[in-house]
Design a protein around this ligand. Structure first.
Ligand code: FES
Length: 106
């Protein structure tokens, strides 16, 4: 796992994690001292959202944009607010900070 302070405030990183026994790619987003995490799987066509590993697009409005076909997600709940899967959501991954380290999963 990585330290919270290794993620720039407002940035995204991609982490590989084993969740429920499966290796998964996870998007982690830092907002101040809080973090949010979602599976790196777009609800539109199941593609990764990053255009290169760990490289995510963020719109001028502050939305996370899928590099495949442009679905845009708000960063509170991971809901798609524009694009081909509008109304769907990213799958949230439980994440917390313990002793300055990120802990993914339950
Ligand atoms: S797979 Fe993300 S918008 Fe199509």
């Amino acid at each position: 796992m990585i330290r919270l302070d290794s993620i720039e405030d407002g940035a995204f990183v991609e982490l590989e994690a084993v969740l429920d026994g499966d290796a998964e790619s996870v998007i982690v987003h830092r907002v101040g001292n809080e973090v949010r995490a979602w599976l790196n799987v777009c609800p539109h066509a199941g593609r990764r959202l990053d255009w290169a590993p760990g490289k995510f697009l963020k719109s001028a409005e502050g939305l996370l944009v899928c590099a495949a076909h442009g679905a845009s997600f708000e960063l509170d709940r991971g809901d798609c607010v524009a694009g081909p899967c509008r109304g769907d959501s990213l799958r949230a991954v439980p994440v917390r900070v313990r002793d300055g380290m990120l802990v993914l999963g339950d």
